[in-house]
Write a protein that binds this ligand. Structure first.
Ligand code: DP6
Length: 350
């Protein structure tokens, strides 16, 4: 029997992700200028609950973030939902209450738009299934969720899957698409299976440049075409590395990507220097520790000063004492967040 529903509640928790090859520059309707690849996290999640009922006279959306009304998020989500009528025809007939919370603090170098928009997109796809009574095939469901998440925030498209996830067309990955993300995990070398990410908090101040404003900086950037060519090459090499397990090359590409991103921001007009003196101190210490110890540990950065320190779990017993003894003195209140590669979003049992 088909189960048509008029009202209900759906919940999804979805991870943030850290990009190894960066998406920086977009075109058209939220399409990337180059392919990117990320690792989905395990502990840094957004939990979103979406309740729906037939539309009455009230507002279409009420939105609570961590129990409180947040007007700026509400406006962003209202705009996002307003653009989805071609993909979810039913949406305008319903009134939605969305409530979400993060398992991680704000402004920590953890991309909250990725986890937030992906969890909301997953809720909307589940709502479509409930209302229509038609279940999508599993791969179709996640592809649509990634497509919808992308319209909310590009990097969110990668968060609908666990492990390593690619987004953006590339000749070196035949399944890749600009429209949605594709999981890469099933091809990865065992050394990456339990990869760790320690997020080192240099500063928890609000970002100086929003991602959207950052992407715009690439529109007239003098190095734009060289950057997109570099990202394509890095993407292709990174896919090879994820298969081969060559950690030296992995670290070389990952660090080059992080510093290229910041280099592009520094010589943009206007220019942004988001690296702090302590970020540079940490980078030097990580590099010299790697040289002297031979421990394969490397860093990457988002559009902010905080460092993501990536390494295989087998090195945890050496890396954690290194963070505690050498790096924590340069961190805000000595703090860092322990995370690792995760398995992707989970539907919450309601
Ligand atoms: C530096 O996905 O946050 O983290 O599409 O405008 O929401 P919007 O941008 P967003 O950009 C992420 C930029 C980055 C690199 C990356 O995650 O690939």
């Amino acid at each position: 029997m088909i189960d048509y529903k008029n009202s209900g509640s759906i919940g999804w928790e979805s991870p943030s992700n850290i990009a190894l090859i960066k998406y920086w520059g977009k075109k058209g309707n939220q399409l990337p200028c180059n392919p990117s690849i990320s690792m989905s996290l395990k502990n840094s999640l957004t939990r979103t609950v979406l309740s729906y009922e037939p539309k009455g006279n009230g507002d279409q959306l009420s939105f609570l973030f961590e129990g409180k009304r947040q007007v700026s998020f509400e406006q962003r989500i209202t705009k996002f939902l307003g653009n989805l009528s071609d993909h979810f025809k039913f949406l305008t007939d319903y009134q939605l209450s969305v409530s979400s919370e993060n398992t991680f603090p704000h402004s920590t170098g953890i991309a909250s738009s990725a986890s937030a928009m992906s969890s909301l997109a997953l809720c909307l796809c589940s709502m479509e299934e409930e209302i229509s009574g038609v279940k999508m095939a599993e791969d179709e469901f996640y592809r649509k969720a990634g497509f919808i998440a992308r319209l909310g925030s590009g990097s969110a498209s990668r968060s609908v899957y666990g492990g390593f996830v690619a987004w953006g067309e590339s000749n070196s990955f035949s399944k890749s698409s600009d429209e949605y993300a594709v999981p890469f995990s099933k091809y990865t070398h065992p050394v990456f299976l339990d990869f760790q990410d320690a997020i080192l908090l240099v500063s928890s101040k609000k970002k100086e440049v929003s991602s959207s404003a950052g992407h715009q900086l690439m529109e007239n950037h003098p190095y734009a075409s060289a950057r997109f060519a570099q990202a394509n090459k890095h993407f292709e090499r990174m896919l090879g590395v994820l298969r081969s397990g060559d950690l030296e090359e992995f670290i070389e590409i990952m660090e080059n990507e992080a510093l290229s991103l910041h280099g592009l921001m520094m010589n943009s007009t206007p220019s942004f220097t988001l690296l702090k003196p302590n970020t540079l101190e940490l980078i030097e210490r990580i590099r010299s520790y790697r040289l002297s110890s031979n421990v394969p540990v490397g860093f990457t950065l988002d559009a902010g000063p905080n460092i993501h320190l990536l390494y295989p779990k087998s090195e945890k017993e050496r890396v954690v004492p290194f963070i505690d003894s050498e790096l924590s003195q340069f961190l805000e209140n000595g703090k860092y967040i322990v995370d690792e590669k995760g398995e992707g979003p989970q539907k919450i049992k309601m």
